[in-house]
Design a protein around this ligand. Structure first.
Ligand code: S3P
Ligand code: PEP
Length: 430
């Protein structure tokens, strides 16, 4: 039975300060690298969302001692050599990041693994990572020749690789780099456009021999990682929902503190500026190579924009909430070059378009994006997140603009990336 929530937030303005939970991408990587590094790694401000809990469970299944207390995590590891063959299949839940990065690690270990996920993850393409790993020598099989989960891996004896990622994906880049760490030579990964670089930043902090030159990353294999402490910045992808909410509701002013401002993730700030939203950003400090600071957004009169090209990987998870912003902007917004949206928890081109259309927006899907005519008054109705956390949060923010009730079917999936989302929305609502 799917959960259901009736949203009637009409006419609320958002005021106040919050710090959103820890960054999902960084939390995953902290657990993974901490499990590979000999010694004790302590993580603070860890995101206790379902996806990151799947990552913890995967390494516990390989014998790593991981203890979590709310958003603090303590890892005691014997290093790569201490990892054990899990007795049971590994459940990846809903998490694409766990799947693609973990496969890179497992491919380098001399054991057998079986991986599976939920209905959504079982539809998402895994050949983007299994293909390069097979080229490196891993034995991988699964549905449709290793394209889909469940997948089995017999790892070990990998060769290094020079690999150019055919799609703009930090998960693929990271998975290949992690496999490269477990070889005897030098692995080089290149990409057309720089995608999020948390793997590179954090591997350096763990002592890996890694070099970044523009869009080329080189890693030396067979060099042990050393445990270190990781402070996770707030997740700008979670903050994005409240930044847009403040921009589109009257009388609002929201400050998000302690949020990650890594350049490869801050496309949402650029888009808000491009669309004439009143936004101020203040960078405070850099921790583990990751800049952290505060963002303030006030009620605005947004203008439409064309959003395309190299900015897309920098806003890939924010496009659902940007689409909602575009419904309230003056003019026609065009989002292009975003075909990758079709491979997320849902096909986010179809799920965003059908959901916003059902609420009265003027929005059309294109092959690689969407066209949105702004200035529409949204209305109530029955909506479905389709099990996609970012669609669920987009609907909740849309309901702030809607007089009638909005029914949200499957609100619980929001816990994948933002367990306290409705509490934070309540905290800011006046
Ligand atoms: O590396 C990561 O942590 C992520 C990379 C992106 O996916 P792709 O690599 O598929 O673009 C993003 O959508 C996902 O939420 C997290
Ligand atoms: C696409 C996402 O995550 P993942 O690929 O890890 O499932 C997301 O969080 O929006």
């Amino acid at each position: 039975m799917l959960s259901k929530k009736v949203l009637s937030f009409k006419d609320r303005s958002l005021k106040g300060n919050i710090s959103v939970p820890g960054d999902k991408s960084i939390s995953h990587r902290a657990v993974m690298f901490g499990s590979l590094a000999k010694g004790e790694t302590r993580i603070t401000n860890f995101l206790a969302g379902e996806d990151c809990l799947s990552t913890i469970a995967a390494f516990q299944a390989m014998g790593v001692d991981i203890v979590r207390n709310n958003d603090s995590v303590q890892i005691q590891s014997q290093g790569i050599k201490g990892l054990k063959e899990p007795a049971e299949p590994i459940n990846l839940g809903n998490s694409g990041t766990t799947a693609r990065l973990l496969m890179g690690i497992l491919a380098g270990l001399p054991y057998h693994f079986t991986l599976y996920g939920d209905a959504s993850l079982s539809k998402r393409p895994m050949d983007r990572i299994t293909n390069p790993l097979k080229q490196m020598g891993a034995k991988i099989d699964g549905r449709e020749n290793g394209r889909l989960l469940p997948i089995s891996i017999r790892g070990g004896n990998l060769n290094p690789i020079h690999y150019h990622t055919p799609m703009k994906s930090a998960q693929v880049k990271s998975g290949v780099l992690l496999a490269g760490l477990l070889t005897d030579g030098t692995t080089v990964v290149t990409e057309d456009t720089k995608t999020r670089d948390h793997t590179e930043n954090m591997l350096k902090a763990f002592g890996a021999k890694l070099n970044v030159n523009g869009t080329e990353v080189t890693v030396e294999g067979n060099k042990p990682l050393t445990a270190c402490d990781i402070e996770v910045p707030g997740d700008i992808s979670s903050a994005a929902f409240f930044l847009v909410a403040a921009a589109v509701t009257a009388g609002s002013e929201v400050k998000i503190t302690n949020v990650g401002l890594n350049q490869t993730r801050t496309g949402i700030i650029d888009v808000l500026q491009l669309m004439d939203v009143d936004i101020t950003v203040k960078e405070d400090r850099i921790v583990g190579g990751e800049p952290i600071g505060d963002i303030v957004v006030k009620s605005s009169k947004p203008k439409a924009a064309v959003i395309e090209g190299d900015i897309i990987p920098r806003i890939i998870d924010e496009i659902p909430i940007i689409a909602l912003l575009a419904t309230q902007a003056e003019g026609k917004t065009v989002i292009k070059d975003a075909k990758e949206l079709r491979f997320k928890e849902t096909d986010r081109i179809e799920s965003v378009v059908s959901t916003l259309k059902a609420l009265g927006a003027e929005i059309e899907a294109t092959e690689d994006g969407m066209i949105i005519t702004g200035g529409t008054k949204l209305h109530g109705g029955v909506t479905n997140s389709y099990g996609d956390h970012r669609i669920g949060m987009m609907i909740a923010i849309a309901s702030l603009l809607i007089e009638e009730e909005v029914e949200l079917i499957d609100d619980k999936c929001i816990a994948v990336s933002y367990p306290g989302f409705f509490e934070d929305l309540d905290k800011l609502s006046h």
